[in-house]
Design a protein around this ligand. Structure first.
Ligand SMILES: [Zn+2]
Length: 62
């Protein structure tokens, strides 16, 4: 299920972080400037060519 980058159309999105309680994952997400406390709710994908970032909050949808 590779996803081609929407911006450069060359790279592939790689998973940077998934929703998790793991403190290491929370720290990775904080380094992007996103806020997490005990639980990371962000799923973050990063293009491996241009660095385009896609953010998802699956906890906010039914
Ligand atoms: Zn890209």
């Amino acid at each position: 299920m590779e996803k081609r980058c929407l911006f450069c159309e060359e790279g592939i999105y790689e998973i940077y972080a998934k929703p998790s309680n793991d403190p290491g994952i929370c720290e990775r997400v904080r380094k992007l400037g996103l806020r997490t406390i005990a639980t990371n709710n962000w799923m973050v994908l990063v293009c491996n060519k241009c660095g385009n970032v896609q953010l998802f909050r699956q906890d906010l949808v039914e």
